[in-house]
Design a protein around this ligand. Structure first.
Ligand code: NZQ
Ligand code: ZN
Length: 385
């Protein structure tokens, strides 16, 4: 097992009716700014629940955070925070609203000229970033229990993230009932995102870490069972709850502790979203099957374990089992209604060159060996046309 430090300070309050606990979680004298998206919370009653819970200390509001939150929008919220002196941010919604809250919390006290610089140098995320609390309504990103925030910049068509110990939420409320109103596309996106967060930390090379392996397999198996159930029965509380807890566990640092991590699928997916506006999970579903096929020799040991333990594939030679496991993965995404080809989203052929050259310019170290080349990226995407 590799060395690691694990610290996760996020208090999780999980279950039906848990938004009512907000007054206990937010500091009594806090001046709160609530950050939310395009209005789903007003339509599904989550907004009303938050306002009712905080009636003794009503929050001010900043709505209109876009899916794939925009830097330009976040900066408007930063102005409001500075002008009115808010000292607590409450992100309410999916990963985009939560990430925006974390970014705004950091940018509001950032001393440098350009808060975007935090994205390229995480050490710049201020230690005194404003405290953030979350009410999650879309299980997918794990943002509710990690220090990550992904923000997109319209001007340069960049989508970058920071990950900082100063950006963990103080608490996150997870009420599965708030997810009943998700359109099936977003529910499916959530399953795929959580699945691929898990594979990014599992489908690498063996580190003799059987506990982390089995934790990852537990998440994958549960997603395979519960994902279709939730799509068929959107108001099945237990299935919703299981999905929500899987997504949180997939990216709260636990399964990635002490093992190699990949994240190249995410890096490539972020470029696809930045350039062509496809959903985050859609971008991952396109890239992952190509990544696994292209890297199958280097990932062979873990792919064989995955084939056997997750897809129960025990027959045939090794090559065939690996190939079948990758096919089953792609079939699973498609069965949820998530397209897995560039052509499913009308992405032009030039995307292959464009994504590869943009990643090359960023000098990102890609993959668990940190050595994927521009050409590898091209070959992977060429497999996905
Ligand atoms: O904007 P509103 O009106 O709230 O509607 C949203 C949005 O249109 C809607 N929605 C959310 N909850 C709902 C609901 N509609 C009905 N009922 C509900 N209960 O769903 C749409 C998508 O929401 P969004 O927050 O954008 O989705 P998601 O949670 O998938 O977040 C995606 C963002 O998170 C980033 C992605 O890159 C992307 O920017 N990620 C963040 C990570 C992190 N912080 O660790 C890691 C991930 O890999 C990911 O990159
Ligand atoms: Zn993701």
């Amino acid at each position: 097992m590799l060395n690691f430090t694990y610290h996760n300070p996020v208090k999780i309050v999980f279950g039906r009716g848990s938004i009512a606990q907000l007054p206990r979680l937010v500091p009594a004298d806090a001046k709160i700014l609530m950050i939310y998206g395009g209005g789903s919370i007003k339509r599904n009653g989550v907004y009303d629940q938050v306002i009712a819970a905080l009636k003794r200390n009503p929050p001010a509001e900043f709505g209109g955070i876009e899916p794939n939150p925009r830097y330009e929008t976040c900066l408007k919220a930063v102005e409001q925070v500075k002008a009115e002196g808010f000292d607590f941010l409450l992100g309410v919604g999916g990963g985009s609203s939560l990430d925006a809250a974390k970014f705004i919390a950091a940018a509001s006290v950032y001393k440098g000229k350009n808060p975007w610089d935090m994205m390229t140098n995480w050490a710049r995320v201020p230690a005194d970033s404003l405290p953030v609390g979350c009410v999650l309504t879309l299980p997918a990103t794990g943002s509710e229990m990690n220090g990550g925030a992904v923000v997109s910049r319209e001007e340069t068509k960049e989508k970058l993230f920071f990950n900082s110990p100063h950006s963990f939420p103080r608490f996150s409320i997870l009420d599965p009932e708030t997810t009943y109103t998700l359109p099936s596309r977003q529910t499916a996106n959530g399953v795929v995102d959580a699945f691929i967060h898990t594979t990014e930390q599992y489908l690498t090379f063996p580190a003799d870490a059987p506990l982390q392996d089995r934790q990852a397999e537990a998440i994958l198996l549960t997603l395979i069972e519960e994902g279709p159930k939730v799509l068929a029965e959107p108001r099945n509380y237990d299935a919703r709850a299981n999905l929500m807890w899987c997504a949180t566990q997939a990216l709260n640092g636990l399964i990635g502790s002490g093992v190699p991590q990949d994240w190249a699928t995410h890096a490539m997916g972020h470029e696809l979203t930045a350039l062509y506006g496809i959903d985050h999970a859609q971008s991952l579903a396109v890239v992952l099957p190509g990544m696994l096929r292209h890297q199958r020799e280097r990932k062979r040991a873990k792919l064989l374990q995955y084939a056997e333990r997750v897809w129960q594939l025990r027959d045939g030679n090794e090559e065939a089992r690996v190939a079948r496991a990758i096919e089953r993965t792609e079939e699973f995404f498609r069965s949820l209604g998530v397209g897995t080809r560039l052509s499913d989203y009308d992405i032009p052929a030039e995307a292959v060159e464009l994504v590869a050259s943009r990643l090359e310019k960023r000098r990102m170290k890609l993959g668990e060996h940190q050595d994927l080349t521009e050409n590898d990226v091209k070959e992977i995407l060429t497999l996905r046309k």
